[in-house]
Write a protein that binds this ligand. Sequence first.
Ligand SMILES: Nc1ncnc2c1ncn2[C@@H]1O[C@H](COP(=O)(O)OP(=O)(O)O)[C@@H](O)[C@H]1O
Ligand SMILES: [Mg+2]
Length: 265
Amino acid sequence: MSRESEHPEPVVLLADVEKTFANGTTALNGVDLRISQGEFVSLLGASGSGKSTILRLIAALDDASAGEVHVFGTTPEQARRSGRLSYVFQDATLLPWASVRKNVGLPLSLAGRTRSEINAVVDHALELVGLADRDRDLPRHLSGGMRMRVSIARALTLDPSLLLLDEPFGALDEITRQDLQAEIKSIWQQTPGLTVVFVTHNVFEAAFLSTRVVALSSRPGRVVAEFENPAGSSNLGQIRGSAEYTEAVSRISAALERSTGKNAT
Ligand SMILES: Nc1ncnc2c1ncn2[C@@H]1O[C@H](COP(=O)(O)OP(=O)(O)O)[C@@H](O)[C@H]1O
Ligand SMILES: [Mg+2]
């Protein structure tokens, strides 16, 4: 990872990207986005503005209709095959019949790692998300917040350089949501060089988490505002009480209002 920082090349680059689906819906038009190593970028926009579509293009889950998408300087497909990116979906998407340990270890099993290697990595990942003592539980025995922690732990097992999260906390209650925001933020802080792209339509979440905010227009999605968020680089415990945070909240709200004509929270 230290060698990458010598390269000026962005981790994610979208240039004049268009996405039109088979049914004729144009979800994205003229999207330019450049994300550097170590950034925590929030992609913000109203429902239907193309946030998930952008993540799916980065993760090689779908192809652009026009324009360029580069990830680590290669095609998204090459980046995905290299195992350097992980994706966390809005639903935890766990195997219901498999234990927490089995669910978290799945990507490593698929990659053919040895049992002892898998156990060591899974132990560490569960420790990171605060679930070290729940490894034998089945998903149905966990709360929604815990299931999302399992999903995040699973995404961390391949030691990704790029973590893509699509509204991962949208279904959680506010207290759990704030816990998990602090968790993901702390994981990012503890992992030098980790780049995060976080999709949300929540202004407060974006202000708390990200070092940079990218706001999209309503469909077809296009980047309409982009700015650094100093609050996102502060110490965890101090963010929500800081003047920078309050300022970020109003700045992000204003950007969204301009782009959608209404407040998206
Ligand atoms: N596979 C698809 N086929 C047709 N339209 C789609 C498809 N996926 C998404 N869309 C449409 O593209 C637009 C953007 O979708 P999406 O990226 O999911 O938005 P967001 O994540 O910001 O809510 C929406 O209008 C959605 O209905
Ligand atoms: Mg979406």
